[in-house]
Write a protein that binds this ligand. Sequence first.
Ligand code: 13P
Length: 257
Amino acid sequence: MTAQRRPLVVGNWKMNGLRQDGVALAQALAEKAQQQPVAVEVAVCPPATLIADIGGALDKSVVEFGGQDCSPHDSGAHTGDIAAPMLADLGCRFVIVGHSERRSDHSETDSDVRAKATAAINAGLCAIVCVGESGAERDAGQTLDVVGDQISGSLPDGLRSTDVVVAYEPVWAIGTGRTPSAEDIAEVHAHIRTKLADISPDLAEAVRILYGGSVNAENAATILAIANVDGALVGGASLRADSFWTICSAAKADSDG
Ligand code: 13P
């Protein structure tokens, strides 16, 4: 059976940009989307401080937006945290949860990530759940076990296919200019698909699995053509409209396999 999953390219701006830069970038993307339409779904995840302004700049655009993290709680005494319903209230469609920088900077565990994903889904958001092995884990031959355990531990029960996107981001490939070989990416994505099938065959068929880690305008076409790669989660190269749009343009309308 051929799966028809509309690819998704997401820009993770991380902790970059003041209002003027962020709005200018969002406006440039809205303009690109109009002048050079792409067949794939496109979203950006700016820092929380910019979401309201970016929402305004993308109001009439097909480019969607989301947050980079959310609290597992809907409200209450959690100073500094941002609840999923607050992101939904700003018009977000997505929220990234379990990014390796959150896992390492804030000691987030799989069960924390699962609680955040649950809160996101309950607020009507699509959770982009990140998994990926460290360099030491890859060297030790543990990649598939580590990623498989992260999938089992981080995904909530009772998922519908629209609730989540999985992003495979090898930690050692993030911001380093190094990427796994096409064979290695294909192997991990196929493994994630198998883990999803353990939950439900329908879920495995429909959930999009993105690759992230040093995706750029030069390597995007090759990476996006790999079996079971349904799009990309892009860091550094999403901070410039030209490079990000080249990546979005490199994704084909339907991914199969
Ligand atoms: P880079 O594209 O800068 O390697 O970052 C990847 C990433 O962490 C996206 O979430």
